[in-house]
Design a protein around this ligand. Structure first.
Ligand SMILES: CCCCCCCCCCCCCC(=O)CC(=O)SCCNC(=O)CCNC(=O)[C@H](O)C(C)(C)COP(=O)(O)OP(=O)(O)OC[C@H]1O[C@@H](n2cnc3c(N)ncnc32)[C@H](O)[C@@H]1OP(=O)(O)O
Ligand SMILES: NC(=O)C1=CN([C@@H]2O[C@H](COP(=O)(O)OP(=O)(O)OC[C@H]3O[C@@H](n4cnc5c(N)ncnc54)[C@H](O)[C@@H]3O)[C@@H](O)[C@H]2O)C=CC1
Length: 717
């Protein structure tokens, strides 16, 4: 795991643990043994630590965190490195993260390729740097940078890291050779002044000010997450305690936060994100399918979604046609894209060069004939099957035979659109989430005819444009919207039965959702929901009135439309489920008028309002969705619970510290969740979403935890 060699007078400790050279037990042992050997060998005058293959160690082996762990721990290994009288150089390429950066900070010198990145991403997996990183980084960078890097987990490019003092020199060429050259220059120099443990933390007297600011920041930005709070406490101690006590304190904090449910959930989410990249569908999978190269693209429709999607594509440096039917909409769309790109540059999401290049990559047009040569088209016009079919038929005629035709439809079965073409195998759904330039989920949808190569192409495109792509089978609403539907429906029923909108919102925000369901409705507009309901009613032949309580035998709440009909459209009209400081305002406050409307509505319907507990609110909103999630698995719409959890984490900003709704269900206990679903089914027989999933029933009755079920696909159904 650590290859040892001596090159003239320099010993090389080359970590060899693909793919990311994680600091597993064998690597730690290899480093300790290598240091011992190099120290004893009188011919060795300096030592280089580097990584073989793609990277310097990218951190501890996260999989080891679920076991008891084994000595040697990283701190004693690091102490051995630091105590060496022979200069030790970390030669860094790729990603030097977490424990990897801690190893580098134990070394006396650090050189890096310009393309390398360093960072402490532990906070993202619910822990803190536990091998003295919280004590050593502040001694190099000072407190503000250390607080920022450790609580954000951001990866810092090598040149920036050099400015912070983390990297001593940017080198070129082969990293091992560059490390050895640098080490030879350091031969004979005392290592004592390079030992970070003995250095003071700069500006330590102002620790209170920096720590308070950091704590206020993390409590606001990472509300509900425990790890950032622990990170602040650990870094703070670096300025308040002698080095060894600071390290002890870090260990104590690490042991608490590292054993928390949040850490386990966040580590599950880390691996779930990687699992969904290994997709499978009838006829192929991520290993066997071949994506076609995408060098040019087009987006049809310059509305809300089309412009957002174009921004994603342009930010990745890909050329993009933007096609509209209406000149004014096209001009407005271009203005939106320009503003969004400028905003991305300002926020540092893209470089100014990429921002400038976008102008030449974007090709607005009103003519489909320009699209002959593009590799991939994304349609984002109104949600209307006939219109989408018309566009797909047109694209099928003008585009070259290899062009992949994608639809951003939020609900229409892809098969129903693909029939309009002679290339159904090249038709696929690519469902972005609003705002498309911001939300990380890309829900790719295969139809009965989509080929694995087409699926591979959109999965790869997702990664290229910085999204987390998942692949699911087509059905009405697909995975994300279908599963999320009971969340909205049940919140509507809860306010009819006695809860107040702000009570429901508060409970769900305390649960961890960034915004309660009624604030979300106000944000997207009550008219939007009301129009969708009206469309469904039309299809079902139902005439909606204020007294309507059922649609096609299913319970229904008309309250949203009642408010929308009063002109209460949400934020945009200054009133909705809440009232706002002005039309377009953002500050929501409780509105007594809504209570009056609700009371009148309930009186009309003969509903006696009652007190509803927080527990019931969470169960009704979450368990109804979880039940649907199990049906989605039963039907093979998603292959694994990980696809479901990722869709909620990145499509609906479900808190990562709960892992995702399916992981959460497993934590609650599938038996309990199933029993409560049965209870609600008995009490609310007219809501289809409470009909218990058969898969959940089986897992619950046989007492099979989801983790076991996930690990043995053969046991599925
Ligand atoms: C209280 C608990 C008791 C526990 C006892 C043990 C105590 C030990 C004390 C430890 C004290 C030290 C503390 C410490 O050092 C903390 C850490 O270092 S935590 C880890 C920090 N590092 C990270 O979080 C990096 C995570 N990885 C990434 O961000 C990306 O993988 C990376 C940027 C490195 C590369 O990205 P990319 O090229 O896109 O590749 P993939 O992401 O697809 O990864 C490829 C492959 O590698 C697997 N993998 C990646 N990182 C790790 C890792 N750190 N451990 C294990 N495995 C890792 C990844 O899952 C992929 O494999 P698949 O098989 O494909 O899933
Ligand atoms: N708005 C949202 O939050 C989300 C919407 N979607 C889906 O994305 C699609 C687009 O939705 P929005 O962007 O919200 O709609 P939108 O109404 O903002 O924009 C649609 C645009 O398409 C243009 N258009 C219509 N016919 C056209 C044609 N024949 N050729 C070229 N352009 C044409 C219109 O002029 C309009 O500018 C829909 O299918 C919707 O269901 C998906 C995810 C989220």
């Amino acid at each position: 795991m650590v290859d040892y060699s001596v090159n003239s007078s320099v010993a090389l400790l080359l970590v060899n643990n693909p793919p990311v050279n994680a600091l597993s037990h064998a690597v730690r042992k290899g480093l300790a043994d290598g240091m011992l050997k190099a120290t004893k060998d009188t011919k060795v005058k300096a030592i280089v630590i580097a990584g073989k293959g793609r990277t310097f160690p990218a951190g501890a082996d996260i999989r080891e965190f679920s076991g008891p762990g084994k000595e040697p721990w990283l701190v004693p290994v690091g102490n051995g490195i630091e105590a060496s009288g022979k200069p030790v150089v970390a030669a860094i390429h790729g990603t030097c993260l977490g424990g990897g950066l801690e190893v580098a900070l134990f070394c006396h010198y650090r050189v890096a390729l310009k393309s390398a990145r360093v960072g402490f991403p532990e906070v993202a997996i619910g822990i803190l740097p536990g091998a003295a990183g919280t004590q050593r980084l502040p001694r190099v960078t000072g407190l503000p940078v250390a607080f920022d890097m450790i609580t954000s987990g951001r990866h810092v490019p090598a040149e920036q890291a050099k400015k912070y003092g983390i990297i001593d020199e940017i080198v070129t060429g082969d990293i091992v050779n560059a490390g050895i050259r640098y080490a030879m220059i350091m031969v004979g120099k005392s290592t004592i002044p390079r030992r970070l443990r003995a250095k003071p933390v700069p500006d330590a007297e102002n620790v209170q000010k920096y720590a308070d600011a950091a704590m206020a920041h993390v409590k606001r930005k990472y509300k509900g997450y425990e790890a950032p709070v622990y990170c602040v406490k650990a870094v703070r101690a670096s300025a308040e305690k002698p080095y060894d006590l600071g390290v002890e304190n870090e260990k104590t904090l690490f042991n608490v936060v590292g054993k928390s449910g949040q850490a386990r959930a966040q580590q599950y989410a880390f691996f779930a994100e990687r699992v969904v990249g290994k997709w499978e569908m009838p006829g192929g999978n991520s290993q066997t399918a071949k994506p076609i190269p995408v060098r040019s693209t087009a987006v049809i429709g310059a509305g809300t979604m089309g412009t957002g999607i174009a921004v994603c594509i342009l930010s990745a440096g890909l050329p993009c046609y933007l096609v509209e039917q209406n000149q004014k909409f096209l001009e407005n769309g271009l203005k939106t894209i320009k503003a969004l790109m400028e905003g991305s540059v300002k926020l540092g999401k893209i470089s100014p060069e990429v921002g400038q290049r976008a102008a030449s990559l974007l090709k607005p047009t009103m003519s489909y004939d320009d699209l002959t040569g593009v590799d991939l088209v994304i349609e984002a016009v109104y949600e209307n099957l006939e219109l989408k079919k018309e566009i797909f038929a047109k694209l099928d005629k003008v585009c070259k035979p290899s062009t992949i035709l994608c639809s951003n439809t939020s609900s229409i079965d892809i098969d129903r659109i693909a029939v309009a073409t002679k290339r159904p195998e090249k038709c696929v759904g690519v469902h972005f989430f609003a705002p498309a330039y911001h939300m990380k989920l890309l829900e790719n949808i295969y139809s009965t005819k989509t080929s694995p190569d087409t699926a591979a192409t959109v999965m790869k495109l997702g990664k290229t444009i910085g999204k987390v792509p998942i692949l699911v089978k087509s059905c009405q609403g697909f995975l994300a919207n279908r599963m999320n539907t009971p969340y909205g429906t049940e919140s509507g029923f809860l306010v009819e039965e006695g809860a107040l909108p702000w009570e429901v919102d508060q409970v769900m925000e305390d649960f961890g959702m960034p915004m309660g369901p009624f604030k979300v409705r106000d944000l997207s507009g009550l008219d939007v929901g009301s129009k969708i309901t009206a469309e469904i009613a039309k299809t079902l032949g139902v005439t909606l009135t204020d007294e309507t309580r059922f649609m096609a035998g299913n319970r229904y709440s008309h309250m949203n439309t009642v408010l929308a009909n009063m002109g209460r459209l949400g934020r945009k009209s200054g009133k909705g489920w809440y009232k706002y400081e002005k039309a377009g305002g953002k500050i929501a406050s409780i509105d007594d008028d809504v209570i009056t409307v609700l009371n009148n509505h309930c009186k009309k319907l003969g509903i006696e309002r009652r007190t509803i507990s927080s527990q019931e609110i969470i169960e009704r909103l979450m368990y109804s969705c979880i039940n649907e999630g199990f049906k989605i698995l039963e039907e093979g719409i998603a292959k694994r619970p990980e696809e479901i959890d990722i869709s909620w984490l990145y499509g609906f900003t479900f808190p990562k510290y709960l892992g995702g709704p399916m992981y959460y269900a497993n934590q609650v206990g599938l038996g309990r969740v199933y029993d409560r679903i049965c209870y609600y089914h008995e009490n609310f027989p007219f809501s289809k979403h409470w009909v218990p999933s058969q898969l959940l029933r089986r897992l619950s009755e046989q007492n099979i935890p989801m983790s076991q079920w996930m690990a043995s696909p053969g046991a599925r159904l």
